[in-house]
Design a binder for this molecule. Sequence first.
Ligand code: AMP
Length: 177
Amino acid sequence: MQIIEKTLRTVIRDVYDFPKKGIIFKDITPIFKDAKLCEQIIDAFEQKFKDLDLDAIVGIESRGLLFGFLLANRLSIPFIPIRKEGKLPAETYKQSYDLEYGQATIEIHQDAFEPGAKILMHDDLLATGGTIAAASKLIEKMGGQIMAFAFVVSLDFLQGKDSIRPYCDRIFTLVDY
Ligand code: AMP
């Protein structure tokens, strides 16, 4: 096991029954208290993706905005937020997707990138993959090329990787449960 994975396993906190009964929430906020660990996470992502000739990083609200922005800044490329409906101020494209109960909608600014752009998709955690798959659909509709996926955590027992593989099978995670 890599040192970073070992450290993440001790730092990420399990919160039982949040946000509802039966869910074990992987709380990544303790990571942010450790500046060195944050730097190591960005170092690991940078090493993995620096040769992909990326044009932009797309990060998903809300926790995907944090390391996503840091990584884009490290690679000196643009960062593009995907947000929940109603948060982005300019003209947007939308994508709806199914949740366990009901639907959710995410949005991206229409001028976020040029068609053909090489994009890295990022979120803090891959669970069922529903959100990042919807985001990937949106990126492809806009003519973006998904080059890779990066997550700090994957909950492998929820099989999220299967739902995003059709968009790109380069899926990099730092710790899998
Ligand atoms: P999903 O669409 O199921 O992949 O999950 C969407 C988002 O919900 C992820 O980006 C996570 O930020 C968050 N999430 C889902 N399940 C968990 C969990 N067990 N612990 C922490 N965050 C979670």
